[in-house]
Design a protein around this ligand. Structure first.
Ligand code: IVH
Length: 676
């Protein structure tokens, strides 16, 4: 080979290695090291070189994930041995009954259990022959599945060839079985895209995963963000000895295969039950949907002894969480008016149990959603509760229609103040344009007073409602002119409570500009953007003078936000509020955080979760900034460090999942050089 060509081949190989490495970091470890831009650059270079030198293309090159073929139908694939399903249990007692049953085959003291989340996706078997991804098949009827090899090859978390990180022999035939899923955030993103294109959306991540995998054109699958997690072994042939499920999963990890997360080997059944209940509590902290836990016997020799029925193995069982979906009747729809006047239709439901709680309301988001669902008053609907958010309606059960259902009308007038409702072009939402609509004022007070904004303790929803209903607050800034005498006229207000609220209002005047900006509730301006703006402009006056162009030049501020900021300050009503806030003595300056001391947090983004004992969170955040760092209210891939106090929330789980460095308060104090 000519020297030049040799060099090109070497570069091609180097690029492939790099891309594989970064795929693994991103899709399997969840710890990317480079930006999407840098990744695309590597990919493009490889693609161009391979196009120029097709003789160097190999089937396991990252560019070969997407084939040009379109299949008419999926060919049948007979499974090496049946892909069984699992029997379900719904309570601790049923788990204990299962253990009792298997103890007839093997003494309980010898059994180890492996417990892991039950992923809500679709199962798939993948064969590697001589280390190369050869065939992938859906479960089908358990005996025969559908050949989805071309589609599965597009899943970037799955290596096209097994590449052991250490010296181990690759088995001649290596079959892994696992679940194809879609992350919740990817599902939301995909639906958004489909909606924009006017295409049919998916009801949940599982349907989206299934619909994406079973595409006849792999190019479409390639655009869908699917993930694969190995959860069980298939046929393995070659020089390997595997004695337990845990060993099998460890071997898969050595081959860079994406292995199910959060599995745990337990010796005692109490431990198993505790682990199941722990995840029942924490299920929403995961990036994907799980519908229960799977409990399996870890030792393979005992699995054989215990055996299987035709339908399911006896050595494994699923513990199903209480369903988060339920069907009920939509009794009525009420219109809620938000802080910015947006009208949200909210469904009133026949109360029903859903995932362990009784629900009687569900959001319909907006009138586009009402149209999409085709929902009417009186319909039987499927509702779903996900995370802590209010439940939503997934679909109408059409077969239950009686013909007596009533259309949901878009209101012409605001249900609170009677103003004519408007719909701005290009926007989905209908709005009440009246800034002094009581509903808007109540919601804007609650937002203004919350901890992340002006932090006025004691000014929650019920107090805000009372203040507006009594006519004591007609616009946001009026809260700074309340007297004790007025507060004492509110329900349940006595001397002490009134004084506490006055003190909290007074204290809020010293909040930095970033908090005030966020509290004003300018559309599209969230906590982070408010901070960026405050730091950039330093005073409200300067920000108010900035042009839309100037605003857009800031990397974090897009055109929509820039316009919204300009519109807000151009509005007479907002100007009046700002004037009054000034008059009340509310701080409108962003205090400059002076960088001092060793810059130990230089270039880092730090997130706090839980309660700190030695100082307030805002003090800790200030120190981080002094020492060169940035802070954020939420954990993401760009977080560098999470400081965990007492009773941490979901941010802690997320950080663990993303593999972000976590330290406790004591370690934090050491970093900032305070001995605890
Ligand atoms: S083990 C014999 N582990 O649940 C089957 N299955 O209801 C052994 N599933 O079709 C399967 N997460 O695809 C196992 N961590 C997990 C799982 C899991 C989801 C699916 C599996 C199967 C279905 C059975």
């Amino acid at each position: 080979m000519k020297e030049n060509k040799q060099k090109i081949l070497e570069r091609i190989k180097e690029l492939r290695e790099k891309i594989k490495y970064h795929d693994y970091r991103y899709y399997v470890l969840n710890q990317p090291e480079i930006s999407d831009y840098e990744y695309d650059k590597l990919y493009r270079e490889l693609k161009e070189l391979e196009e120029k030198y097709p003789e160097f293309v190999t089937p396991d090159s990252p560019t070969q994930r997407v084939s040009g073929e379109v299949v008419k139908e999926f060919k049948p694939v007979r499974h090496t041995f049946p892909m069984l399903s699992l029997d379900n249990t719904y309570s601790q007692q049923e788990i204990l009954d299962w253990v009792e049953r298997i103890s007839k085959y093997v003494s309980l003291k010898d059994i180890e259990f492996i417990v892991e989340p039950k992923l809500d996706g679709l199962s798939c078997s993948v064969h590697y022959i001589d280390g190369k991804l050869h065939t992938a098949a859906t479960r089908g009827d358990g005996e025969v599945g559908e050949d989805v090899t071309l589609n599965v090859k597009t899943i970037k978390s799955l290596p096209l060839s097994l590449e052991p990180k250490e010296k181990i022999i690759i088995p001649k035939f290596f079959e892994v079985r696992g679940e194809v899923i879609m992350l919740k955030k990817d599902f939301e993103e995909l639906n958004k895209e489909l909606r924009q294109k006017g295409q049919q959306t998916f009801a949940n991540p599982r349907n989206a995963a299934s619909g994406s995998l079973r595409q006849k054109d792999p190019k479409i699958t390639a655009q869908r963000p699917l993930r694969f997690y190995v959860h069980s072994s298939g046929k393995v042939e070659g020089d390997v000895v595997i004695e337990t499920d845990e060993e099998f999963l460890n071997l898969c990890k050595k081959f860079s295969l994406p292995v199910i997360q959060h599995y745990k080997v337990c010796k005692r059944i109490e431990e198993v039950i505790d682990y199941c209940l722990e995840w029942q509590q924490k299920r929403d902290t995961l990036e994907y949907d799980i519908d229960g836990m799977v409990i399996k016997v870890n030792q393979l020799k005992y699995r054989e002894k215990i055996g299987s029925t035709l339908k399911s193995p006896r050595w494994a069982i699923a513990y199903k969480f209480p369903a988060k979906q339920a069907t009920t009747i939509l009794k009525n729809v009420v219109m809620q008016v938000g802080r910015t006047g947006i009208i949200t239709p909210v469904a009133e439901l026949e109360p029903v149990e859903c995932g362990g709680v009784i629900i009687s309301r569900a959001t319909l988001h907006n009138f586009d959603e009402v149209k999409r669902l085709g929902v009417k008053i009186g319909d039987t609907v499927l509702v779903e509760r996900a995370g802590e958010v209010i439940p939503k309606i997934v679909k109408v059960i059409e077969s239950k229609r009686t013909g007596k259902e009533k259309e949901i009308e878009i209101p012409k007038l605001c249900p609170i103040c009677g103003s004519h409702i408007i719909k701005e072009e290009k926007e989905v939402a209908y709005r009440c344009p009246n800034s002094s609509c009581p509903a808007q004022i109540i919601n804007s007070i609650v937002h203004f007073a919350k901890r992340e904004a002006m932090d006025i303790e004691g000014l929650g929803e019920s107090v805000a409602v009372a203040l507006v209903e009594k006519g004591l607050v007609k616009k946001l800034s009026d809260i700074y002119f309340l007297t004790k005498h007025q507060l004492l006229t509110l329900p349940l207000f006595k001397e002490k409570k009134a004084q506490n609220l006055l003190n909290a209002i007074e204290k809020s005047k010293q909040r930095p500009l970033s908090k005030l900006l966020y509290g004003l509730g300018i559309r599209h301006v969230g906590e982070k953007a408010a901070e960026v703006l405050a730091e950039k402009f330093e005073s409200l006056d300067k920000l108010m003078q900035a042009s839309e162009f100037e605003l857009q030049k800031i990397p974090e501020i897009g055109p929509v936000m820039a316009k919204s900021i300009k519109d807000y300050f151009a509005n007479k009503y907002s100007q009046e509020i700002i004037k009054e806030l000034k008059k009340a003595g509310v701080n409108m300056i962003q205090p400059k955080v002076e960088k001092k001391g060793p810059q130990v947090f230089s270039g880092m983004t730090v997130v706090f979760t839980g309660e700190l004992e030695s100082m307030t969170r805002s003090k800790a955040e200030e120190i981080v900034k002094q020492l060169g760092g940035n802070t954020s209210g939420s954990v993401s891939k760009s977080t560098s460090l999470v400081v965990v106090g007492k009773n941490p929330g979901s941010k802690y789980e997320k950080a663990k999942q993303l593999g972000i460095k976590i330290i406790n308060e004591e370690e934090f104090l050491k970093m900032i050089n305070v001995k605890s």
